[in-house]
Design a protein around this ligand. Structure first.
Ligand code: GLU
Length: 425
């Protein structure tokens, strides 16, 4: 058996776990908690590291490393996505799981936070190979997951098809169909209407709420979106439909801009045909660095973590940054944006629409009764706007940034659950 090298490139910026720990430390200090509570909040309840051997289509074998971390389960089952990306390691999964805990608490879902990942590059594998990776990973972590213990969903590199494989593997092993073990599954096997676009719809709701607070409206607002995948692509489309002007977008290969606004519907067709925004004839090429520095009202980083750091944050000219990705801003980046008077709607609030509709999907699966698209859209908007108002109110009252206010609310709800439940034994 050969072992595939999966060492992540040396990070040039702060690691996601360092960012997550720094954010938690700030909230703990603001809330005045002692070291014991800080340690409880900082430390995952359970983690598992599994070997995921894959028999490739050509008969050879490679080995990947897989992880699942339940950061906190005090408010309910662990909840969070499954990521397939070569950079995945235990610390990245720990950070993402911690962010899920705060995110679920901020939008007041009866969940804790969890995350999983396999250090595999999905672009290098056939669908059959990805299915075998998914099924083997699921079998290896089986003792830790379940509809009442830890519920998976898509994240970077995974999609509704991946969730169908997880659901099937889990169900076959248990002997009956258990749709509530994952969310973000295809509609045909118990998925929810609106789940595919929920993260993006939520981003637009909080952007609108933030603009409204500043006495502005979405219509005519200029927007740049980094990342044109499940989150960024749909967000650009919804922004455009709602009358905003999407002037620049990018993906991992490059970007395009058009000051009069991109024709997003046509751009989506170009991406479906070519796999990238690059080469779109309705705009001029732009690099990812130029996109982050776009002269726009709203910048939506919806690609990967750590893109707004000490180097790039000083170049940002948007007035509002709405974090579509998890952890796109480092601690230094955050301080620079604040110093420059740029408002940041943090990830744990801005991209919570996905897990909100995941929750709706889980509730529907548990009651075996499905809601209409209108009901879901309405309930999602209500939750997102209510959470935004909570966070903005806290920020005003206590003189905090939106990030610190959001984390303070999330961390406090989790700490209260610990305190009320008491310590066993
Ligand atoms: N992966 C998404 C996130 O980071 C969704 C998680 C979920 O729905 O459980 O929020």
């Amino acid at each position: 058996m050969t072992t595939q090298s999966i060492t992540a490139p040396t990070p040039t910026h702060q690691s996601p776990l360092a960012t997550a720990h720094a954010q938690l430390a700030g909230a703990v200090e603001h809330l005045g908690y002692d070291d014991g509570m800080h340690a409880m909040l900082a430390t995952p309840r359970r983690e598992i590291h599994v070997a995921v051997p894959l028999r490739r289509d050509d008969g050879s074998t490679v080995l990947f490393h897989g992880f699942r971390v339940q950061h906190n389960v005090s408010r309910g089952p662990g909840k969070g996505g499954l990521r397939f990306h070569p950079s995945v390691d235990i610390d990245e999964v720990r950070a993402l799981a911690m962010w899920m805990t705060w995110k679920c608490a901020i939008v007041d879902l009866p969940y804790g936070g969890a995350k999983g990942g396999v250090a595999v590059d999905p672009s290098q594998h056939s669908a059959a190979e990805l299915e075998r990776v998914t099924r083997r990973y699921t079998s290896e972590i089986m003792p830790m997951i379940g509809p009442d213990t830890d519920i998976m969903a898509p994240d970077m590199g995974t999609d509704e098809r991946t969730m169908a494989w997880v659901m099937d593997t889990y169900s076959v092993n248990r002997g009956y169909t258990i749709p509530a073990v994952v969310t973000g599954k295809p509609i045909a096997v118990g998925g929810s209407l609106g789940r595919g676009t929920a993260t993006s719809a939520g981003i637009v709701h909080v952007t609108e709420a933030a603009l409204r607070e500043a006495g502005e409206q979405l219509e005519g607002t200029t927007v740049a979106v980094q990342g044109f995948g499940k989150v960024g692509g749909h967000a650009a489309q919804i922004f455009a439909r709602r009358g905003a002007r999407v002037v620049a977008v990018s993906d991992q290969y490059g970007g395009v801009r058009a000051d009069d606004g991109l024709d997003v519907a046509r751009l989506l067709e170009h991406v479906a045909a070519t796999g990238s925004v690059v080469g779109f004839d309705g705009g001029d090429p732009v690099s990812n660095a130029e996109l982050l520095a776009s002269d726009v009202d709203v910048l939506v980083p919806a690609a990967i973590q750590g893109v707004l750091d000490a180097e790039t944050a000083p170049t940002v000219r948007a007035r509002l940054v709405v974090e579509g990705a998890n952890g796109p801003t480092t601690t230094e980046g955050d301080a620079i944006l604040a110093k420059n008077g740029i408002t940041v709607v943090p990830d744990v609030l801005a991209n919570a629409g996905g897990v909100v509709v995941s929750y709706f999907e889980w509730v529907q699966a548990n009651q075996a009764y499905w809601w209409t698209a209108e009901e879901i859209a309405q309930k999602l908007e209500h939750r997102m706007v209510a959470a935004y108002d909570d966070v903005a109110g806290q920020a005003r009252r206590e003189g905090l940034s939106l990030r610190d206010a959001a984390l303070t609310i999330g961390v406090k709800r989790v700490a209260e659950a610990h305190q009320i439940r008491g310590l066993y034994p």
